[in-house]
Every structure is written in C-alpha cells, then in structure tokens.
Design a protein around this ligand. Structure first.
Ligand SMILES: Cc1ncc(COP(=O)(O)O)c(C=O)c1O
Length: 372
C-alpha cells in the first residue's frame, strides 16, 4: 500500500508543539487526569488499581454501555472501540471497500476520510460543498455522483474544516439517498453534541439506517484527545464483525487506563461539554469582532456547531499571506487551505481553546501590521 502523506498532520507535526499560539486547533480545551478524576468520587484510588493486562477487544463492557447511551437504538453489542477516530476510519476503509468500487465523499474533509480508500485503488468522487453558498450541499449532485460501482457515501457533520451542519431535513434526505441505493453510509460525527443550539442537532446516522456507521471520539467535543478513545456504532453485525477482525491486526484492544478514564468522561458528558461550549461561545464573540473589524479583507460563514471554521482572505491580498512566516514571526499557527486541497487564501481557524483571546490578539497585531 502506497499512501500519500497526511498534509494537515505533517503541518501540525512541524508546528503544534513549537509555537505558543495555536489558532487552528480542531479540539476543545483539554483537562488533566486530576481534573477528570474529580468528577467522580473515589476514582483516584480506583485508577491506581486498574489492572494493566490486555482489555476486551471490543472495549470494556462498562465503557461500551456508556457509549451506547449516546444513541437511541444502539446497545453495547453494536459498539466497537478504537484508538481514536483515526483507527476506525482506517479500518473501515480497509475492510469495507474493494478495488473497482467508488465512494462519494463530502469535500472538503479530513484527509483520511478519502486518502486511505484512494491508496487502496478505490475511486474517490468528491461531493463538493458550495463555498459561495454557506458550504451548502446539493442533493441532485449527490444523486448524479452515485453509479452502479458506488459502495459508500462518506459524510462529516458538523464538518471539519467548514463547521457546516445541514438542516435536519437535508440530512434525512442524504440518509434516504443512501438507503434507496443500498449504500454504506460512513458518518463522521466527531463534533456531535457540540451544536450551539440543541434544536440543530442531527440524529446519529446509525439510529436512522442499519447500514450506517456512526463515528465518535472523545478527542473533539470532550477535549480528551490524549485518551485516544474512539468508536463506531452500527446496527449491522456483519459490518461490525469485519471491523473487529481487522482490529486484531492493528491495536487489538484499548489502553486500560484510558478506558477507565473514558468511562468517567462519558458519565459526565453534560458537564464536560457545557464547560467546553462556554469557552467556545466566548471565543466566537472575539472572532466575530475581529472579522467585522477586518471585513474588507476577511470573510467567513459562522458555523452552527463545532470549534472550527474555514474563513478566507480576500483574493486581492492573498499574495501577502504566508502562514509559515506568520508561525515563525508571530508564533501564531493558522492552517492553510491547501491542507484541504483549497487555495491558500482559505485557512482553518479553531476557537475551542482557553488561550484563544491571547492568540486572537496576536492575529489582530499581525493584521494591523500587514494590512493597515
Ligand atoms: C473530522 C475528523 N475525523 C476524525 C479525526 C481523527 O480523530 P482522532 O485524532 O481522535 O483520531 C479528526 C481529527 O482531527 C477529525 O477532525
């Protein structure tokens, strides 16, 4: 297998731990093990007694139960845990698709959602979001992309990098198209539960369709990326079985301490998410102020969910923007649009972190120095 580099992850590998102001992180502010343990009585002592042997390959039974609680028609047997969401994406693409088939992938998106399949010789059909119309998706275009060789539709709502969340009606139509064509529906829901208005929340795809695979993780909305606990939920036992077989060749089982901590996190879902939402909504006000102030050169679609957006510099000034130089001169990290196959006047901004006010002050300084 010959796979292309993951452009975004290589960019982060260069800068993430070397610059003070990350203005493009895709996750919420994290917490320490100590803070997490404070959410449950006597948990410190219990953590000390966690057995460091192999754990159950599907996931610890108590953890599976907590994950199943996030869905309305799923129980423990329908859940399979992984090391992060990334392992689940990799294994799904490696097991469920065959050469000669194609998949329709919402675009732009997190690179692994198409790159793993592409490296296996699967044809990728991009279902492009409309950059000039609030990142909307066209259902006729989806229907036109599907042919007799199509095996799956890959979606990601709320979307990385645009923050786009479709209406509940449009989402249901996407599920219906998958059903009508008897396609697998791989639904990356890693930002689910992070809608600013709960009325906008979409049902998990696995609750709507038996051939849908819902992808979840503790990294994003929960802010617990260091646990590396992700999962899929799916009501089709044959799909889950295939994924299980492959996992025996990757990680076999989770880290025991992570499973213990993940269970505490999920028992305290509301507390953790409410805290992260408060940080995010406060930060959102600061971005709006900045984008209003610099509206002659910056524009964006304000997301309805998640912690990232995909704004752009006006094309007239695009040549002046050099993200690597911004990182070097200002210690400020923005993610270039080219990490998503877009022109570099687009960039990803992330607003889930606590030091966002400081980081945006540095961004303002840069904008003032270069464009005023
Ligand atoms: C949309 C999306 N899916 C999956 C992942 C992978 O998540 P993890 O790092 O927890 O494996 C990411 C990470 O950035 C993501 O943004």
């Amino acid at each position: 297998m010959n796979i292309s580099p993951f452009i975004l992850e290589r960019y982060f590998a260069e800068y993430e731990f070397n610059v003070p102001y990350l203005l493009c992180s895709s996750d919420c502010e994290s917490i320490s093990i100590k803070d997490l343990l404070q959410l449950e009585e006597e948990s410190s002592e219990k953590l000390e007694n966690v057995w460091l042997g192999y754990t159950e390959s599907q996931g610890a039974p108590n953890l599976l139960k907590q994950i199943a609680n996030l869905y309305s028609s799923i129980d423990s047997k329908d859940v399979l845990t992984f090391s992060g969401a990334e392992e689940a994406i990799y294994i799904f693409m490696r097991t469920m698709l065959q050469q000669g088939e194609n998949i329709v992938v919402q675009s732009p998106c997190y690179q692994s959602l198409f790159e793993v399949a592409k490296s296996e010789g699967i044809t990728i059909k991009q279902w492009n979001m409309d950059k000039d119309n609030g990142w909307e998706l066209d259902l006729n275009e989806l229907e036109n992309l599907i042919d007799s060789k199509t095996k799956a539709i890959v979606i990601n709502f709320p979307n990385n990098p645009t923050g786009y969340l479709p209406s509940i009606e449009k989402y249901q139509q996407i599920v219906d198209i998958a059903k009508r064509n008897d396609l697998l529906l791989f639904s990356d829901e890693v930002y689910r539960l992070f809608e600013y208005n709960e009325a906008d929340r979409l049902a998990p795809a696995c609750d709507l369709y038996d051939k849908a695979v819902s992808l979840g993780v503790l990294s994003k909305s929960f802010g617990l990326a260091g646990l590396r606990i992700g999962w899929v939920a799916c009501k089709n036992p044959d799909i889950l079985e295939k994924l299980k077989w492959y996992k025996d060749y990757t990680t076999i089982c989770n880290s025991a301490p992570s499973e213990f901590l993940a269970e505490i996190a999920l028992k305290n879902t509301d507390k953790l998410i409410d805290r992260n939402k408060q940080i995010t909504l406060d930060n959102l006000v600061l971005i709006e102020e900045l984008f209003t102030e610099f509206s002659s050169i910056l524009s964006w679609n304000k997301p309805k969910a998640g912690v990232i957006a995909f704004p752009k510099f006006d094309e007239a000034v695009a040549e002046k923007v050099n993200y690597r130089k911004i990182a070097e001169d200002y210690g400020l990290l923005l993610l270039p649009g080219s990490c998503y196959g877009y022109p570099d006047n687009y960039f990803r901004i992330g607003y889930g972190r606590k030091n966002f006010p400081e980081a945006i002050a540095v961004f303002r300084k840069y904008l003032n120095e270069k464009f005023n």
